[in-house]
Design a protein around this ligand. Structure first.
Ligand SMILES: [Zn+2]
Ligand SMILES: [Zn+2]
Ligand SMILES: [Zn+2]
Ligand SMILES: [Zn+2]
Ligand SMILES: [Zn+2]
Ligand SMILES: [Zn+2]
Length: 414
């Protein structure tokens, strides 16, 4: 996530040097998948943000790509965040922390937090913005407050962003083993679950089951790590639910007010719809000390009755019921915007050529694409490693085939 400024377009894959230093030993399928993934990721993160204009004039932007500059505001100084355009224009040569996207943030570039820098794009800014900051702005993440990537951490572990506090967490620091990334859509960290305990009532119905690591000490002092699966517990039924010291069984047997269940006043007709949360809270549910993982449409299932909306606002989480708040919604917008104005460089070149040149180029381009794909596929299928010589060999062969075709003055589009 951390990137060197100066080459922001490729900020997500800046370890080219390191890779070249040692013999590249990766299977081609991996390279292809990784490139596509990185490209997709970069497009998704950056696509929805303006790369030319400072976003300050838009106020607190609903969601945008955000950076922190450790050259301008190093740890110890006041934290500050800057927009995508400012990361290019005003901090191009600085050391930046890439924060991916954050919600409700107004660009700080050049305001009172910056001692020696004036924003080149929008120098007129208020002294401070009512933004929220955390350790991410100093390049530190998770409850363990480590940088990412972490040179001292040899355990490969994916970082997952909490959708409430927007900090990033190691999968192994969430109190439960995260489900496969394809199986859940959003995560709420342990601290945020503590702060918003009502979510536990929803979790029993909506959340993706996790495996909780329970440490059992036997009589002779041997520590056993037992992986306990929530699914199993559910099958066993509420009576047999295993209680660990981390889990609390919550049962709310408060009688519902008699007026709500029996007496409907004619004037209250429109408000007679029951509170989904109250219904859930009337049942038994588990409260644990773990993060929770949620499927795609879970936010739309949250109650939006007047009391619940007020509670969201009191807890400072009104965004929870806003489907447009999700990173996915932002990424989809970015991808849509980019597809709308992305121009194919081939098409640009073509329009400046005469017809014969056009045909030649198209044929050559298609040949190259197909042949390279076929060539690489063989490696991918065999799961073998592609070496630099292999790629070199391909281009040499391609050139000689092309020469042969050109000699015959014929062009085939294969
Ligand atoms: Zn800016
Ligand atoms: Zn800077
Ligand atoms: Zn700026
Ligand atoms: Zn951690
Ligand atoms: Zn959180
Ligand atoms: Zn409600």
């Amino acid at each position: 996530m951390e990137k060197e400024a100066g080459e922001p377009e490729t900020g997500l894959g800046g370890d080219e040097e390191e890779r070249n230093a040692e013999e590249p030993v990766v299977s081609l399928a991996e390279v292809l998948a990784e490139n596509e993934e990185l490209e997709k990721e970069a497009r998704a993160v950056l696509g929805g943000s303006d790369h030319e204009r400072c976003s300050y004039s838009q106020g607190a932007v609903k969601r945008q790509a955000l950076y922190a500059c450790s050259t301008c505001t190093p740890p110890g100084e006041e934290p500050a965040g800057i927009c995508l355009a400012c990361s290019y224009e005003c901090h191009g040569t600085h050391k930046l922390f890439e924060l991916y996207t954050k919600r409700n943030f107004r660009c700080d570039c050049g305001n009172s937090k910056f001692k020696n820098l004036q924003c080149k794009l929008l120098p007129e800014k208020a002294n401070v913005n009512p933004n929220k900051y955390n350790d991410n702005f100093y390049g530190l993440y998770c409850v363990c407050k480590r940088p990412y990537p972490d040179p001292e951490d040899e355990i490969p572990d994916e970082m997952i962003q909490c959708i409430v506090c927007e900090d990033w967490f190691h999968g192994r620091h969430l109190g439960a083993v995260p489900p496969d990334s394809g199986d859940f859509h959003e995560m709420v960290c342990q601290a945020c679950m503590d702060r918003c305990p009502f979510l536990w009532a929803y979790a029993s119905q909506l959340a993706v089951p996790t495996v909780t690591k329970v440490t059992l000490a036997t009589e002779d002092g041997v520590v056993l790590n037992v992986e306990e699966n929530e699914d199993v517990k559910k099958e066993n039924g509420a009576d047999h639910q295993v209680k660990t010291e981390e889990e609390k069984l919550v049962q709310n047997n408060e009688p519902s007010t008699s007026s709500a269940s029996t007496c409907k006043l004619p004037t209250a007709k429109n408000e007679a719809s029951t509170c989904k949360l109250q219904e859930l809270q009337a049942k038994q549910y588990l409260k644990k000390n773990t993060a929770t993982f949620w499927p795609h449409t879970w936010r739309s299932k949250l109650c939006t009755c007047r009391e619940c909306v007020k509670m969201y606002s009191d807890l400072d989480i009104p965004f929870l019921t806003d489907e447009c708040d999700t990173v996915l919604a932002y990424e989809n917008k970015g991808t849509r915007d980019q597809e709308a104005d992305r121009r194919d460089p081939l098409m640009d070149t073509l329009s400046s050529m005469d017809r014969v040149q056009q045909v030649e180029l198209i044929c050559e381009y298609n040949d190259l694409k197909t042949e390279l794909k076929d060539y690489l596929r063989r490696f991918a299928d065999e799961g073998t490693v592609v070496k630099r010589e292999d790629i070199q060999q391909f281009f040499e062969e391609f050139q000689s085939r092309k020469r042969r075709r050109t000699d015959r003055m014929q062009y085939y589009c294969s």
